[in-house]
Design a protein around this ligand. Structure first.
Ligand SMILES: *Cc1c(COP(=O)(O)O)cnc(C)c1O
Length: 368
């Protein structure tokens, strides 16, 4: 669909490449890379990010089936894991050559049944184990029920087994994480007689940074790190900024003492000020919690704080001490540090700010 909106998210592909290489440099040469491009590539542009990396990765992963279909429609040829499939999706998953993550006995039995009906052979599947996150995955004790189900089952082939760390970014949780890794090692032992032996993988972005020695296995699953976020200021500093959210000033108002700005008259002027109205709002991912002075954008490289409530399609910002005019460019998300500061101010994490950027915001790819 054509997008003519002035508000645009710029995506720097050179920075993507640099960040990808940075994480690769932390790993053995033989370790494979799976890039997670769920939720529109963390709110960016999954298809174009995947196109750019298609020849460099072993796998892509998405959360839901339609995200996988979008990648296939975009011409992506690498294998794609659907992390959260449902029984009702199986036919479509197979039709689009997507690889299901099987996380329960119920799902495993159902997939094998579908594979038999469709006369598939060696259809790639992945098995996820719960080692402590308690979200999705087989329990360790279910291994003894899985093995007979997949034994000599020509319709399917277990391509990989994996688990997910609950607190890879939090070194206070290191003992718990090591317990998770140990549990996964025990589970892996049970699959070593499969032929071919499935790939093993456990690490997300902060896992790569904190547990590459203990849990690198055969592959890692890189997500937010690709966009320049290391989940720790010192790591983020070593990464390049990928995403810049830009817009323009639609209109400037002079607000006199006693006047109010925005819905519910939430802001009341105690002195004269100047505001700029910017075409982005809570429908585009600018949380209402950022209203009333909490959040800020950049105009002429100076901070302009949000005045009053965030509207659905607009914000008003204070430009009293900034020399600017209608039509001037503004930066809504400048870099990782800006996004981290805004997320922190409203008790959330950069993941949520990024994935909230609405689809009506135009995406612009930058590559030198
Ligand atoms: C989202 C996700 C990842 C990527 O996590 P990041 O912290 O963004 O690197 C990896 N594995 C699974 C199972 C996920 O759901």
């Amino acid at each position: 669909m054509e997008n003519n909106h002035v508000t645009a998210l710029e995506i720097d592909l050179n920075a993507i490449a640099a960040n990808f290489n940075y994480f690769k440099s932390k790993l053995h040469n033989s370790t494979k890379a799976l890039v997670v491009v769920k939720a529109f590539g963390y709110g960016s542009d999954a298809v174009n990010i995947a196109k750019f990396l298609d020849s460099k990765v072993a796998y892509f992963a998405v959360a839901y089936i339609d995200e996988g279909i979008a990648l296939r429609s975009g011409g992506i040829t690498s294998p794609i894991i659907v992390l959260h499939p449902q029984k009702s999706n199986f036919d479509k998953i197979i039709e689009h050559r997507l690889e299901p993550n099987i996380y329960s006995l119920n799902l495993l039995r159902a997939f094998i049944e579908t594979a038999k009906i469709l006369l598939l052979s060696n259809y790639p599947i992945h098995l996820k184990f719960n080692t402590g996150l308690n979200r999705l995955g087989f329990s360790q004790h279910e291994v003894q029920q899985i093995l007979p189900l997949i034994h000599n089952q020509k319709e399917i082939q277990v391509k990989s087994i994996f688990s997910h760390i609950a607190a890879s970014e939090d070194l206070n949780e290191r003992p718990f994480t090591l317990q998770q890794i140990s549990a996964f090692n025990t589970i892996s032992e049970e699959f070593k007689n499969l032929s071919p032996i499935p790939l093993k993988h456990m690490l997300n972005t902060s896992g790569i940074l904190n547990y590459a020695t203990e849990a690198q296995f055969d592959m890692v699953r890189l997500g937010i790190g690709l966009y320049g976020f290391g989940n720790l200021a010192s790591e983020t500093k070593k990464l390049q900024n990928v995403l810049t959210l830009k817009s323009v000033i639609s209109q400037i108002h002079t607000i006199k003492k006693g006047d109010t700005v925005g819905y519910n008259r939430a802001f009341k002027a105690t002195a004269t000020l100047k505001t700029a109205t910017i075409p982005i709002g809570h429908a585009d991912g600018i949380s209402r919690h950022l209203g009333n002075g909490v959040g800020y954008i950049y105009i002429q490289n100076q901070k302009a704080h949000i005045v009053g409530n965030v509207c659905m399609d607009m914000i008003m910002v204070d430009i009293s001490s900034i020399d600017c005019k209608e039509g001037d460019k503004v930066i809504i998300y400048k870099n990782q540090q800006h996004i981290e500061a805004l997320a922190l101010a409203i008790n959330t994490i950069p993941y949520e700010l990024l994935t909230a950027i609405s689809q009506r915001v135009r995406r612009v790819l930058k590559k030198s």
